[in-house]
Design a protein around this ligand. Structure first.
Ligand code: 5GP
Length: 176
């Protein structure tokens, strides 16, 4: 275990097992649809890679990079990299590492709906449900977790720890 990790919440094997379960549900729901998996950079990459192994459908992939800034009055979401395809009439599954306040995903979801997507749903590896400030829910949730700062399996602190093969709680002294 990394010296800055206090506790491992989910191991690589547990995450793979969960992805298999989610993949089955997604295949069942989208077998007759034209599905695009949109990963939100950078955190969703390991989860998207694992999950998509268990979605045996002709899906396409795209990526979006958005940043969410805390201003004095409100939080604003800026697109740093947009997707590359026309989503009109397409069914979209947004793939995210963690759903927290819901600001990022509610903004992105509304944007894609405005562009004419047939449906926009969310699959998230982790969900901090108790932290939600915007009315948005994921259709597929890997694990519901309490309000702790987690890293690993794509999740970072100052761009580090994304490569850890597990999800763990970062020691408080690392960010205080
Ligand atoms: P939201 O817009 O839902 O508040 O924020 C979602 C984003 O906040 C995630 O994509 C992630 O970048 C970041 N985030 C929220 N909670 C955590 C956490 O516990 N650990 C890490 N590493 N990032 C988090």
């Amino acid at each position: 275990m990394h010296k800055n990790v206090k506790e491992i919440l989910y191991t690589q094997d547990e995450i793979a097992f969960k992805c298999k379960e989610l993949g089955k549900r997604i295949m069942n729901d989208y077998h007759d649809k034209d599905l695009i998996l949109i990963g939100l950079l950078k955190g969703s990459v390991p989860f998207l890679a694992e999950l998509s192994k268990y979605i045996s459908l002709d899906v396409t992939f795209d990526y979006m990079d958005v940043s969410s800034y805390e201003g004095t009055q409100s939080r604003t979401v800026t697109i740093k990299k947009d997707i590359e395809q026309d989503v009109t009439g397409k069914d979209i599954l947004l793939v995210e590492d963690i759903l927290d306040t819901g600001k990022t995903l509610s903004t992105v979801k509304a944007m894609l709906e405005e562009r004419g997507a047939a449906s926009v749903e969310i699959v998230t590896m982790l969900d901090k449900k108790e932290c939600r400030q915007f009315p948005i829910e994921a259709k597929y949730v890997g694990y519901e977790i309490p309000n702790a700062f987690v890293v690993g399996f794509g999740l970072d602190f100052n761009e580090k720890y994304r490569n850890l093969p597990y999800v763990g709680i970062l020691k408080e002294e690392c960010y205080q």
